[in-house]
Design a protein around this ligand. Structure first.
Ligand SMILES: Cc1ncc(COP(=O)(O)O)c(C=O)c1O
Length: 501
């Protein structure tokens, strides 16, 4: 017997009311409904349901106008000269830097802001410059983004020990006892670096930020990856004091892309050893004496060449936009909507009462953010091909993400794929293994699906978005996974560009 759809358009008002009753604090975020109708009106005008905020945030139209007005009404030159157009630009670049510090409540004499191309650029600066040596340790959680994992290559090359802290299913959290044990084995005579994300970009897990002081008290430096955390959570650098914080601004407010930052304690920047120098990073260099150059102290020593100067005022504009709304308001809204979504997704059932979704990560809003990883599964528990799910969602203008999200650790644990199963992709493999070959190898040898669906919420999300997503998820009810033609591995269905017409 087929069941009535739960998320029919006619039921919307009633379910919205139920949601508001269950999450009363949502009412305090009404300012975001006004902005959705004005600054983010293009979403509804074009019929989009955007659920990929962890991939990239959305900009408000007003951000664009303010930035373009600024550019259209001034003449700006390359900063750091004494001509008027250069001075005007230098002023705005330094204002943006000061504003970043103020936004994160960082004491200017304690923290520096190094502008980079993105969070990965910030991470590479730390990796290539950190004084790893034989006797050092690089300790990192499984649920790091690959740009944090990649630092292990620098660590290993310099003889440091690399140690991972596994996450534990089903919530994909870390074991504090294991962390404590690993922190204790470090030799404080050497440089030791701990890296973990404030929010996993796969599971949404929030790790305890008290680990920062625990680690520092034992002589560790701490890199807290905040790329997925800061778009919807307040980071207060007077309350918590990691040594290095990488982030990307487009994830916070959508525009501009191509600018990120490394927030670093000044004392720890001084500890880094850059492997090269570039225009802008030195006081003077000479071509006549090899090795003759002086690095500029502070942030300038880490900004290679010309900064992305015309875009930096847009960083201040974006941060002011978030400040006006209030990060706490964005946080509350995302918290409520994600809480509803998690509850609904977990409760969704086929007619045989089997669940329609399997969530990877915390099932409630306890210590987690607005990023939800899951499979849609059929009545016998077989996952639907995630690429088909993405394509079908796309046909309804629902933007979600599938894959591993550059977070292999959470993915491997979530799907129960161990080193023996991964080995054929690395050991004795002829040439580099592509994601497609990896997918095929794991499917063939284990029957497991090493790919996931992710939805994530942000500044412009509303109840209609999550409701439409639930109606989409419900459309898989009572369908067999094999009823969807599996895509030949390596192929993606092409969704016609919805805005092209
Ligand atoms: C937690 C985390 N760290 C780092 C990054 C890398 O950011 P970017 O690609 O902007 O360098 C991402 C991107 O998704 C992320 O989610």
């Amino acid at each position: 017997m087929s069941m009535q759809p739960k998320y029919a358009p006619l039921d919307y008002e009633r379910q919205y009311k139920d949601f508001q009753d269950a999450w009363p604090i949502y009412a305090s975020t009404a300012v975001l409904d006004e902005l959705r109708a004005t600054d983010y009106a293009r979403l509804d005008r074009l019929g989009h349901v955007y659920l990929d905020y962890t991939g990239g945030g959305l900009y408000a139209e007003s951000q664009l106008h303010l930035h373009h007005e600024l550019l259209a009404n001034h003449v700006f030159g390359n900063p750091h000269s004494n001509n008027p157009t250069s001075l005007a630009m230098t002023h705005l670049v330094e204002r943006a830097r000061d504003f970043v510090l103020a936004f994160f409540n960082a004491a200017p004499d304690e923290y520096a802001v190094v502008f980079t191309g993105n969070a990965s650029g910030a991470l590479k600066l730390v990796g290539e410059s950190y004084p790893f040596e034989s006797g050092s340790r690089y300790l990192l959680s499984y649920d790091n983004h690959n740009s944090v994992n990649g630092i292990r290559e620098f660590a290993r090359a310099r003889g440091a020990t690399v140690q991972y802290l596994p996450v534990t299913p089903p919530e994909l959290r870390l074991d504090p006892a294991l962390l404590a044990a690993q922190l204790a084995v470090a030799d404080a005579a050497h440089a030791n670096l701990l890296a973990f994300p404030a929010q996993s970009n796969f599971s949404g897990v929030h790790h305890p930020l008290s680990w920062i002081t625990d680690a520092q008290a034992q002589g560790w430096d701490v890199l807290l990856d905040c790329a997925a955390f800061v778009p919807t959570n307040r980071l207060d650098l007077r309350q918590i004091k990691p040594d290095f914080v990488p982030l990307s601004f487009y994830k916070m407010f959508g525009y501009p892309t191509g600018v990120g930052a490394l927030l670093a304690k000044r004392s720890k920047l001084a500890k880094l050893r850059r492997p090269w120098f570039a225009g802008g990073t030195i006081t003077i260099a000479s071509v006549q004496g090899e090795g003759w150059h002086y690095l500029v102290p502070g942030e300038a020593g880490f900004e290679d060449g010309t900064v992305n100067y015309l875009n930096l005022p847009a960083v201040e504009i974006g941060l002011r936009h978030l400040e006006r709304i209030g990060v706490a308001v964005i946080h509350e809204r995302v918290h409520c909507l994600t809480g509803w979504l998690l509850g609904q997704l977990a409760a969704l059932r086929h007619s045989n009462n089997a669940p329609l979704a399997r969530i990877f990560g915390p099932p409630t809003m306890d210590r987690r953010g607005g990023t939800v990883a899951f499979y849609l599964i059929d009545p016998v528990g077989e996952p639907f091909d995630v690429r088909r799910v993405e394509t079908l969602a796309g046909e309804q203008r629902i933007s979600l993400r599938t894959g591993c999200f550059c977070n292999p650790g959470d993915g491997e644990v979530a799907h129960g794929i161990g080193p023996t199963e991964m080995a054929p992709c690395f050991v004795d493999h002829t040439g580099p293994c592509t994601f497609t070959e990896f997918y095929q190898t794991i499917r063939r040898s284990t029957g497991k699906t090493p790919s996931t669906v992710r939805v994530s919420l942000g500044v412009a999300s509303n109840f209609a978005d999550v409701y439409r997503f639930m109606a989409f998820a419900e459309s898989f009810r009572d369908m067999g996974a094999d009823a969807l033609d599996y895509l030949p591995v390596g192929e993606r269905h092409r969704v016609p560009s919805p805005d092209a017409a």
